[in-house]
Design a protein around this ligand. Structure first.
Ligand SMILES: [Fe+2]
Length: 421
């Protein structure tokens, strides 16, 4: 072999490797909290099967020249979970999803608390961002749910993303963390719905922490149900109980412990008791100032006030000192007073239960006559089928302040939860 031939082969290998590592455009990119969100953030993104290795570059937002940027190679796994699943195209055609890709995950450790970071994936020019949690409890979260992303009806996602913009514009500080309470897709088995959703700007500029909704857990017509749909498009801490790692998880944010549940694994009494044992153990190992538990299914059928998941969890929340319980699914907002032993307290003990309204301007439901639990539910709200609402949660060391906003940025309801420990 001549020297020229050898040189051509080497150049070809270098170029093909360069293309493999830096050429593939990532998709379905998201930043999630690590177990301690002050120092650890976890990223998920996907790349084509023939895309080769993949890496992330990140630095602090004030390092505009990327002088101190660090580079980290992703852990890769082949993902065929979503492939060939019956679905819909954006043009409302029946399709089978073409979704074979590599899932890339990294855990960024040793980060600086309360700091804005920027990151890029491979050669993609999109600069995404996240902020690490502060060590104090001064932070602001947005809370949204039930927008049922469905590419044939893009106005659903547009309504929800506009609502997030409205939250941001009403907030006197940049939102640190976006919380979602599930059903962010119509069919979580439809990969194209996640890919399209994550292209929207709020997924590029915020850290996201959410729970698995029944819609996120299903494919079209309930043909397939799996918590893998939710797990594989995120990179949550692997600190849940068996079968739920990366789906149920906990993390600390400031001086608040978040515990994130999966209702789909709690339908039976046995499933509920597994989850509750895990929740008790997690709480026992933490000494956070506030404890927040989130799940998808509603605490109350707020159309009339009848109890739902409230009855299954109130005893544990009383015993474990849960401050705030957030749910969704009912598409009707409801908020209780501070409850302990089934009754309202003076706020020095007990749990506030909140469930978020829908936010897609399409799948809401109207209020009916309020017949049940009028003594413990303090406020209900819905705009009927065309509901759009979301919340801000402002934390401090002494309080959690919650505000519900409508699409116009008007305040609909507020409540304050004071620190009890
Ligand atoms: Fe829903």
């Amino acid at each position: 072999m001549t020297n020229i031939s050898k040189t051509i082969i080497i150049i070809t290998l270098v170029l093909s490797n360069f293309g493999a590592i830096y050429g593939a455009k990532p998709f379905t990119v998201i930043a999630n909290p690590g177990e301690d969100a002050a120092t650890c953030i976890r990223l998920n993104w996907h790349t084509p099967i023939d895309g080769g290795g993949s890496c992330c570059r990140f630095t602090t937002a004030d390092d505009s020249l990327w002088i101190n940027a660090q580079r980290i190679e992703a852990t890769q796994e082949l993902c065929l979970t979503f492939d060939s699943i019956y679905s819909k195209s954006p043009g409302n055609k029946d399709i089978y999803e073409d979704a074979r890709f590599l899932r890339n995950t990294v855990e960024l450790n040793g980060l600086r608390p309360n700091t804005h970071y920027i990151y890029t994936i491979d050669s993609d020019s999109t600069i995404r961002e996240f902020k690490t949690a502060p060590t104090s409890n001064e932070w602001t979260a947005g809370i949204i749910s039930d927008f049922h992303a469905y590419t044939p009806l893009p106005d659903r996602v547009k309504s929800a993303m506009t609502m997030i913009d409205t939250l941001q514009s009403t907030s006197n500080r940049k939102i640190d963390l976006m919380l979602h309470v599930g059903d962010i897709t119509a069919w979580g088995g439809s990969y194209s719905f996640w890919e399209d959703l994550y292209n929207h700007e709020p997924f590029q500029r915020y850290l996201w922490a959410g729970v698995n909704g029944n819609h996120d857990n299903m494919s079209r017509g309930y043909a397939k149900q799996s918590n893998d749909f939710f797990r594989l498009v995120n990179n949550y801490p692997l600190n849940g109980y068996p079968e739920e790692k990366g789906v149920c998880y906990h993390f600390t944010y400031g001086n608040t412990l978040f515990i994130m549940l999966n209702n789909e694994s709690m339908r039976s009494d046995e499933g509920l008791s597994h989850a509750q044992e895990w929740v008790r153990n997690v709480i026992a190992l933490h000494s956070s100032k506030f404890i927040i538990v989130m799940q998808h299914y509603q605490w109350f059928f707020a159309t009339n006030g009848k109890a739902s998941q409230y009855d299954r969890w109130k005893e544990l929340f009383d015993q474990c000192g849960v401050d705030l319980a957030i749910a969704a699914n009912n598409h009707v907002y409801a908020r209780t007073g501070t409850l302990y032993d089934g009754a309202e307290t003076d706020g020095s003990i007990g749990t506030v239960y909140i469930q978020t309204p829908s936010s897609d301007n399409e799948r809401g439901q109207a209020l009916q006559e309020w017949t049940d639990n009028k003594d413990i539910i303090k406020y209900r709200w819905s705009e009927g089928p065309h509901t759009i609402g979301a919340m801000l949660l402002n934390a401090s060391d002494s309080n959690l302040n919650l505000t519900l906003y409508d699409r116009h940025g008007h305040i609909i309801d507020t409540t304050t939860i004071r620190a009890k420990r």
